[in-house]
Design a protein around this ligand. Structure first.
Ligand code: NAD
Ligand code: RM4
Length: 253
């Protein structure tokens, strides 16, 4: 897949799944702008690695729980790129909590980072694509948790289903402009988001046993299909949810 000359924005691109996607895009020739919230050194290294590959790499620090920060991000993007061909809405959090321990503040933070910020970032990037007649591609990193529940994830599962709902409507609105919108649903991928949760060996072996392929996922397992969905090779998949979980969901017995 060739992304030479294309400009991509990846939210949460310094670590985990977003980092794997950002690097795969850069390796395929894209100029990539990542956002990050806290990992300064990792963001700096990501951008340096991209420049060493001969593409443009940019980083922008933003706390997506504060949606008033989005205009600043958009100014930065417009300053670096005259258009955007690929948007990966990846940043997300999952503070594992019992349903009865989730207060309004925590719910609001998870909602803003996982959904609301991506709603408004996508609105602005889509405007940019339409104004420039760019037939771009937008991908939401949703989750297996959009489809199945989690005892300590009631706030998180709500946001991941919401992303799919948003994606369905945008596939219509933006599809009319030749912009294709999909979501990818990772299963359980070992990253910082679940490192503490999976440090419980009992939980970790339960999750591993549920996966017919016998292992947790790696960010690279997500980057490959993500690249296909936002590439020129994807000519007709629009409004779809692609589950990428090693067979975990269907493993009943
Ligand atoms: P991660 O913790 O390694 O990465 C999370 C990313 O989100 C980081 O890049 C971080 O900068 C960004 N982020 C966190 N808080 C932020 C904030 N307040 N403002 C802006 N950015 C913020 O975890 P990951 O597994 O790579 O997660 C990436 C996405 O994949 C998330 O949306 C997550 O829900 C989704 N996902 C992960 C899994 C999994 O098992 N790891 C499964 C399904 C979906
Ligand atoms: C995923 C899924 C994983 C969990 C991460 C945080 O959507 O639920 O099992 O570890 O989120």
């Amino acid at each position: 897949m060739n992304f030479k000359g294309k400009n991509a924005v990846v939210t949460g691109g310094s670590r985990g799944i977003g980092h794997a996607i950002a690097m795969a895009l850069a390796e395929s020739g894209a100029n990539v702008l990542i956002t990050y919230s806290s990992s300064e050194d990792a963001a700096e290294k990501t951008v340096n690695d991209m420049e060493n590959m001969g593409v443009e790499g940019y980083k922008y620090k933003i706390d997506q729980s504060d949606i008033d920060k989005i205009p600043g991000l958009m100014d930065f993007i417009r300053n670096k790129f005259n258009t955007v061909h690929v948007l990966i809405n990846n940043a997300g959090i999952c503070p594992f909590r019992d349903f009865f321990d989730i207060d309004a503040k925590l719910f609001e933070t998870v909602w803003k980072v996982n959904v609301e910020s991506h709603f408004f970032i996508t609105q602005e990037i889509a405007r940019m694509m339409i104004n420039n007649k760019t037939k771009g591609k937008i991908l939401f990193i949703s989750s297996i948790s959009a489809i199945v529940g989690g005892k300590y994830q009631s706030h998180y599962t709500t946001t991941k289903s919401a992303l799919n709902g948003l994606m369905h409507s945008l596939a219509i609105t933006l599809g009319e402009h030749g912009i294709m919108v999909n979501s990818l649903e990772p299963g359980t991928i070992l990253t910082d988001i679940n490192r503490d949760d999976l440090s419980n060996q009992e939980k970790r072996s339960y999750m591993e046993k549920r996966i017919p392929l016998g292992r947790l996922g790696d960010p690279s397992d997500i980057a490959k299909p993500a690249l296909f969905l936002v590439s020129d090779d994807n000519t007709y998949i629009n409004g779809s949810e692609l589950l990428d979980d090693g067979g975990m969901l269907v493993n009943l017995q």
